[in-house]
Design a protein around this ligand. Structure first.
Ligand code: FPP
Length: 275
C-alpha cells in the first residue's frame, strides 16, 4: 500500500485493504484525478456474445455502474461522469429505449439509499425535457434525496450530447447579447464553459471508454480538450475495479503538457495553459 494512502479516511482504507482482489501498488492515492468521465460501451455486444438479448447487457451494466462508483468513491475521485444515454440513443428501437429508461430509473432508485449511506451526490446533465415524465420525476427525487451528500459527485449524462449542449450554450449567450446584457467580446472560453450543462464541474482529467472503439461519440467535446483518453477493449459489463484502478495508474504515468513543452513543465511545475 502506498504511504500516500494515509491521507484517506480510515473507513476507506479498511475497505481498500480488505479487498484482497485489488492491487493498488501502481497507483498514487494522493494524485487521483479529480474528474473521471466514462463512455460505458459494449453492453449490447457483451449480451450478444452470450446469445442473450441486448437488454441483458444493460442489466449487467448496472452492476458495473455500482462497482465503479464504489471504487471511484473509495479512492477519492471527486466527480464521476457516466454517459448513460445519448441524444442519439433515442433513435434505437423503441423497446430497447423503453427497457433502458426503465432500467436506469429502477436502478437509480434502488441504489439511492446506498448512495446516501456512502455520501455520494447524484446529479444529471442532459436534455431532461426529452425524458418521459415518470423518469424525470423519479430521477429528480433521487437527485433531491442525495443533494446533501458531500462526497463523490456521480453525474449521469442522460439524454445528453455535446452538440445539443454546445448549441444550447450558444443560444443562451446569443439571447443575452440580443437583450443587451452581454457584449460579444465578453464571450470568452470561461464564459462559454459556464453556459454549458457542466458549469459546476471541472473539466475531466481522464476519459475512459470501454468496448474498444476509439471515438468520442458526442460526449463532452468541449470539456475533454486536455483530458487523457484511455480505451479498454473490455465490454462495460466486465469492466472491473482493478481495471479502473489500472486506468488511473496509466493516467498518472502520462505527462500532461497542456500545450507546453516538457522543459517548461520541469522548470515551472504546476504551470499549464489553463491557469
Ligand atoms: C452502451 O452499450 C451503453 C448504453 C447505451 C447504456 C449504458 C447504460 C447502462 C450501463 C445501464 C444503467 C445505467 C445507470 C446509470 C444505472 P451499447 O448498447 O452501445 O453496446 P454495444 O456497443 O455493444 O452495442
Amino acid at each position: 500500500m502506498n504511504s500516500a494512502s494515509a491521507a484517506l479516511p480510515a473507513i476507506t482504507l479498511i475497505n481498500l485493504m480488505t479487498d484482497t482482489k485489488l492491487n493498488l501498488s501502481n497507483v498514487n492515492l494522493q494524485k487521483v484525478p479529480a474528474h473521471v468521465a466514462i463512455i460505458m460501451d459494449g453492453n449490447g455486444r457483451w449480451a450478444q456474445a452470450r446469445g442473450m438479448e441486448r437488454s441483458a447487457g444493460h442489466v449487467e451494466g448496472v452492476n458495473t455502474v455500482r462497482r465503479i462508483t464504489e471504487i471511484a468513491s473509495e479512492i477519492g475521485v471527486k466527480y464521476l461522469t457516466l454517459y448513460a444515454f445519448s441524444t442519439e440513443n433515442w433513435n434505437r428501437p423503441a423497446d430497447e429505449v423503453d427497457a433502458l429508461m426503465n432500467l436506469i430509473v429502477m436502478a437509480i432508485e434502488r441504489e439511492t439509499p446506498d448512495l446516501i449511506a456512502n455520501n455520494v451526490a447524484l446529479e444529471m446533465i442532459g436534455d431532461m425535457e426529452r425524458l418521459p415524465e415518470f423518469a424525470r420525476e423519479r430521477l429528480g427525487r433521487c437527485i433531491e434525496q442525495t443533494s446533501h451528500c458531500t462526497g463523490l459527485r456521480l453525474v449521469l449524462a442522460l439524454s445528453y450530447s455535446s452538440r445539443w449542449e454546445i448549441t444550447r450554450a450558444a443560444r443562451l449567450l446569443a439571447e443575452k447579447v440580443k437583450e443587451g446584457t452581454l457584449l460579444p467580446e465578453q464571450i470568452t472560453p470561461e464564459r462559454f464553459s459556464s453556459a454549458l450543462a457542466t458549469a459546476n464541474y471541472p473539466d475531466p482529467d481522464l476519459l475512459i471508454r470501454t468496448g474498444g472503439d476509439q471515438r468520442i461519440s458526442n460526449f463532452l467535446l468541449w470539456q475533454i480538450a486536455y483530458a487523457e483518453i484511455i480505451v479498454v477493449d473490455t465490454f462495460w459489463p466486465d469492466f472491473s475495479k482493478q481495471q479502473f484502478v489500472d486506468a488511473i495508474a496509466r493516467f498518472q504515468n502520462r505527462e500532461r503538457r497542456f500545450g507546453l513543452t516538457s522543459q517548461q513543465l520541469t522548470d515551472n511545475p504546476g504551470d499549464n495553459l489553463l491557469s
